[in-house]
Ligand binder design. Structure first.
Ligand SMILES: [Zn+2]
Length: 362
């Protein structure tokens, strides 16, 4: 959630003294930004005059802010609406900072990035998934949101109220700690689904249109939740970009943005090994069995994907393409599910909920 009805924006705060990054609620006060730990009182006040940009704030966000007298602290807010609003209150954020400690901070950042880079280089090739666990989840959520925006481009998010309720109920059957906003549908005609760093799942309208039962959608959702649970997206980002690029992206560098803009980088992030796909399938089957939803829904979905050769996907989703349809080993994955013995199950959604989900983009 980027902003809630009370006008709060989700931000990430680092005090510059410790490595901890805190999720904070940020609001516009009469004379400055008010923020505090998520759900707690807003005990920080940064006046509009005192705000300085880490980099000039673009109208599309994210806003990476620091504050006079607290030069090492950082406040990062991803929302474009926030960027536009804060630029009105503090126009100086749109231009380069003339802060006298800029060079010093840059040097410190550089030293930090080099140290992280060396550290990363030592252990990266060994265990990206271990490295991924060293980075706080708040940062992964921030990066997941950036990657999602890059990937989705201008596609509209589908917000049909009843459809969203149905989808949330489906997600809830798999894990009672899945938040309603974790799973999103975008109005894209292709058949695809992605797990994002930080735990979000993206489904396309094409996938819901193409599925003939709610169990098929549930199968895909469970599979993506399997990737989330096994932290595949995070490990893959570490593998593709390396730690120093991730650090520079978080602290205002443009390295990862440039890297992502290059053809193939996004594809590399989202293309998992067969081992990872099998692991996600195995978790999906467990989730479905526990939720008493027939795991054959996932196999049925793979059959659907097999029947979609030559779909023109490149035009509709830029660099992403249709990973599901080009991924090898579908027959084996289908066979693994078909041989399961399944106890009593109920449909993933009621008929009424399924109708609502099918209309989520209308
Ligand atoms: Zn997968």
């Amino acid at each position: 959630m980027v902003s809630d009805p009370s006008g709060n924006y989700l931000g990430y705060f680092n005090d510059g003294q410790t490595a901890a990054n805190h999720e904070v609620d940020v609001a516009f006060g009469p004379s400055g930004l008010l923020f505090g730990l998520k759900g707690a009182a807003k005990d920080q006040h940064w006046t509009y005059e005192g705000l300085q940009p880490v980099r000039p704030v673009p109208k599309t966000g994210p806003a990476r802010l620091r504050y006079e007298g607290a030069a090492e602290a950082r406040l990062i807010i991803a929302s474009p609406q926030f960027a536009q609003q804060v630029l009105q209150h503090a126009p100086q954020l749109g231009t380069s900072a003339g802060h006298k400690t800029t060079a010093k901070i840059a040097a410190m950042c550089l030293a930090g990035i080099i140290a992280f880079g060396l550290f990363g280089w030592l252990i990266l090739s060994a265990a990206p998934s271990t490295v991924a666990t060293l980075i706080p989840n708040a940062w992964w959520r921030y990066m997941g949101a950036q990657i999602e925006a890059t990937m989705i481009k201008s596609a509209k998010q589908c917000n049909g109220a009843e459809g969203k309720k149905a989808l949330a109920r489906m997600a809830f059957r798999f894990a009672d700690n899945v938040e309603a906003d974790t799973v999103r549908v975008y109005d894209l005609p292709i058949i695809n689904a992605f797990a994002m760093a930080g735990g979000r799942v993206v489904l396309t309208r094409g996938l819901i249109d193409g599925a003939s039962t709610p169990d098929e959608v549930a199968g895909v959702l469970a599979h993506e939740l399997g990737h989330v649970k096994a932290r595949h997206p995070e490990a893959q980002i570490v593998r593709v970009f390396g730690l120093q690029l991730i650090m520079s992206a978080l602290w205002g560098g443009n390295g990862m943005g440039d890297a992502m803009a290059q053809g193939g980088a996004m594809l590399a992030i989202l293309r998992y090994t067969r081992g990872a796909e099998s692991e996600a399938d195995a978790i999906a089957i467990e989730l479905m069995k526990k939720a008493k939803i027939n795991p054959k829904g996932l196999a049925d979905f793979f059959e659907l994907v097999k029947k979609q050769p030559g779909v023109k996907v490149q035009e509709s989703l830029g660099q992403i393409g249709n990973i599901l349809s080009t991924h090898p080993g579908l027959d084996e994955r289908i066979a693994n599910i078909e041989k399961l013995t399944v106890g009593p199950t109920t449909p993933a959604l009621s008929d009424k909920e399924w109708e609502a989900l099918k209309a989520i983009c209308k």
